[in-house]
Design a protein around this ligand. Structure first.
Ligand SMILES: C[S@@+](CC[C@H](N)C(=O)[O-])C[C@H]1O[C@@H](n2cnc3c(N)ncnc32)[C@H](O)[C@@H]1O
Length: 289
């Protein structure tokens, strides 16, 4: 079912089950070898430092520093290492016990973080009306629509009046017809698709999730969706991912939805990587000291 690519990146072949909470737990807790603690996924950007400063931070800079941040699904803490310095208090919640144990050790010196293992959808450990910024990046793309709905219903209660949530999730559902057609091709024929420039990997995105569904869930939760950026991932030309930002209706951030179909996201990754040898923090000898 699982396939590990030689570079240390992972992917799941398309003809496997859609990602459930149990499968996520099985994979991230017991299956995946966190050789570089997730830093391996930042290689295309020229490293974690470049991805954070040139791709993630520009998208969230209006909302940080913040008083209290909630990070959903931190993994081994690739983004936690930056978020901790951008708030008074950070709560980080992940369904993997191993990931949370690793974070507890890695951030033992950071007294402003509380880590929790959850069941893949509960935020019961977070006090109501206490969170100024919810952050989740490169995790909930593997979560089903049910999970996103459950998180949004709770986020509506956890946010402070001006709180905002920044959620990276799947938009694969927009391409269901394409990928179900591809799925009918036997596995050995699939590399041929690549040769002729057609994609055959879903990067384990959830096929039942779309940006449209996120808006429906936000509305059901009483939240306003203020932006959605749709983009490709892992070289995909199809916009299989989305980042949605939501806030409460009375929040100062409320505005009509701004939606961008960002066809340049994948190209921008290589632009950022090209700058890494000059500007990345770890490009300087001092970083090795
Ligand atoms: C690909 S890793 C990414 C981790 C981190 N966000 C990063 O970018 O390095 C996915 C993480 O999401 C967690 N995860 C997946 N589904 C989840 C869910 N429904 N609730 C909480 N954590 C989840 C996994 O346990 C894993 O730690």
């Amino acid at each position: 079912m699982w396939a590990l690519a030689g570079t240390g990146t992972y992917y799941l072949e398309i003809n496997c089950a859609m990602p459930s909470v149990d499968e996520n737990k099985q994979w991230w807790n017991d299956g995946y070898v966190w050789k570089q603690g997730g830093d391996e996924w930042s290689r295309a950007w020229g490293g974690v430092d470049m991805q954070w400063h040139a791709a993630v931070l520009p998208r969230i800079h209006s909302f940080v520093p913040a008083g209290r941040i909630l990070e959903i699904a931190p993994g081994f803490g690739r983004w936690t290492q930056y978020l901790t310095g951008l708030c008074d208090h950070l709560i980080a919640v992940d369904l993997s016990e191993n990931a949370i144990e690793h974070c507890r050790q890695r951030f033992a010196g950071d007294t402003n973080i509380d880590f929790f293992v959850n069941d893949g959808s509960s935020l019961e450990m977070v006090p109501d009306a206490s969170i100024d910024f919810v952050f989740s990046f490169d995790s909930l793309v593997h979560a089903s629509a049910d999970v996103l709905r459950a998180y949004l219903l709770q986020i509506a209660r956890k946010l402070t009046r001006d709180g905002v949530a920044f959620l990276h999730h799947s938009n694969l559902g927009e391409y269901t017809r394409y990928f179900s057609a591809v799925e009918k091709i036997p596995p050995r024929g699939q590399p041929l698709l690549k040769k002729v420039g057609l994609e055959y990997r879903t990067h384990w995105r959830d096929p039942g999730m779309t940006a449209g569904r996120l808006r429906e869930f936000a509305q059901e939760a009483g939240l306003i969706c203020i932006s959605q950026e749709l983009f490709g991932w892992g070289g995909s030309r199809r916009l299989i991912d989305a980042i949605s930002m939501v806030t409460l209706p009375e929040s100062k951030w409320t505005r009509p939805l701004r939606l961008l179909r960002n066809e340049d996201f994948v190209r921008d990754i290589s632009v950022i990587a090209r700058l890494a040898p000059l500007y990345s923090a770890d490009s300087f000898p001092a970083s090795a000291e």
